[in-house]
Design a protein around this ligand. Sequence first.
Ligand code: PLP
Length: 395
Amino acid sequence: MAIAKHIRDAMESSSWIRRMFEAGIELKQERGASNVFDLSLGNPIAEPPQEFRDELRKWAENPKRGMHRYMPNAGFYETREAIAKGLLNETNISYQPSHILMTVGAGGALNCALHALCDPGDQVIIFRPFFAEYQFYANNHSAEAVPVDCDSQFLPDMDDLASKINSRTKAVIINSPNNPSGVIYNEDTIASIADLISHCSSRLNIEPYIISDEPYRKILFDSLSYAFPQKAYSRTISVTSHSKDLALAGERIGYAAVHPDDPDASLLMDALVFSNRVLGFVNAPALMQTLVARLQNVTVDIADYELKRNILYKGLSDIGFELVKPQGAFYAFPKAPIQDELSFINSLYDNGVLVVPGRGFGLSGHFRISYCVENSVIEQALPIFEKVYKEFTLT
Ligand SMILES: Cc1ncc(COP(=O)(O)O)c(C=O)c1O
């Protein structure tokens, strides 16, 4: 067998989301798509905003010479300038184009950051439940992802964080709003994480980065605002994309932003640009860079996601599910009525509802619902949740 053993092992243990996706295709073929309620994938049904189409048309009709060629690996200057200005407005931190790397989505940005930071055997801290790809991304760069527990509200357990930071810690990944829980970290939580990392850094003589993975930064509910980790910690690399806020997941456009006050900002940017090149991304898609430069203040309809959250949260709470109210993104992470969430979600599957088991995110006993679907799908799934919940709780 020519395939590398570590890849075979990783494929074996990997992605519950993919497994559910494939199982979903089978179920839809068997029962018809309208009888299957797929809440497994974070692939929004929202279409990009009109402003995106206007930009697309404008550039198709009036192309600029060279706009589809190679460019500096960091990306087009004008796009980086627009992003730096946007970040300056939002954070009051003096971002310049020289602090921005255009990337192939947040996934590309995360891989560039980990490639730039990690030597073999280094550790990257992640908070459980976590976006499953973090483990594989760390392994891509011969590093190890180390999970830290959260409390019942899915906020980091500071004692566990303190116990996991050691001389091999290179980065702590924060993901707010969170996939899979929908929880956001407020300023106090961010400040506690930052203080703890700073404290451990001086004691251990290390300089770990916060990698703030923020593709859902603009999808916030209940008039909450986003707490920027870079305001509390200067060794912060923000990584994000327009996959979710502009519904452009398939177009693969995102960026990494290095904090201007990081004493190593210039060297880190060089390392990120180099990583973007040698990982084979070369540069982020040129057309998308041109388009998003003018769309930094535009988003999909966030109120629509909030409405979906409300329908789902009320429906599940009324049934009796224990769940933390999601404050952003488009996921919920309820407790299954039994610790072995697999038998619960298998039963949901038999009744036509697809969700992802919590163990896919490092936390059994829960399951993830992705509600970036039509309202009618949520509404039709709720009575099935109720039926299966009762089967498990009334016996
Ligand atoms: C937490 C988190 N980080 C990163 C990504 C990757 O996003 P992108 O499409 O920008 O690569 C996702 C995608 O679902 C995500 O949920």
